[in-house]
Design a protein around this ligand. Structure first.
Ligand SMILES: [Zn+2]
Length: 137
């Protein structure tokens, strides 16, 4: 058996064991892990941001690519709107890679009816109308 083939089957067979091991390691080395994450992010920031940007654009396009209220198509101002819940609460529930999770949910069709696309203006107006944001008094 070739080395990569061996490791592929090994990894598949021991998926749960590896998951538990890495979680335990993370729990016991939180500080060190956060240093490692920061270092990794510093080294690969450009690539990570590009990947997120590409995912965001793909997700916006998958949701129609234009504001559902006014039809704006400028990608710079289009935002993904959470229909059912506030973005912050949703992100807290999902945890760390919430943005990536949201984009991949949208792209895999797992987010039916949960999101739509609005431009920045219409998104804020929507939040006002829902009473999520109060006008400045
Ligand atoms: Zn709009």
């Amino acid at each position: 058996m070739k080395r990569t083939a061996y490791w592929n089957t090994y990894n598949k067979r021991n998926r749960n064991k590896k998951r538990v091991n890495s979680r335990t390691w993370y729990k016991n080395h939180k500080e060190h892990a956060s240093i490692l994450h920061r270092e990794y992010y510093g080294k690969h920031k450009e690539r990570i941001m590009n990947k997120l940007r590409r995912l965001r654009i793909a997700a916006v396009m998958a949701l129609g690519g234009s504001c559902v209220r006014c039809g704006e198509t400028d990608l710079r101002v289009l935002q993904i709107n959470h229909i059912l819940e506030s973005g912050v609460i949703g992100r807290r529930r999902v945890g760390q890679n919430a943005k990536t999770k949201m984009y991949t949910d949208i792209l895999s069709g797992n987010a039916e009816g949960r999101f739509d696309v609005r431009c920045a203006n219409c998104n804020i107006i929507y939040e006002y109308e829902r009473g999520r944001i109060r006008p400045h008094e």
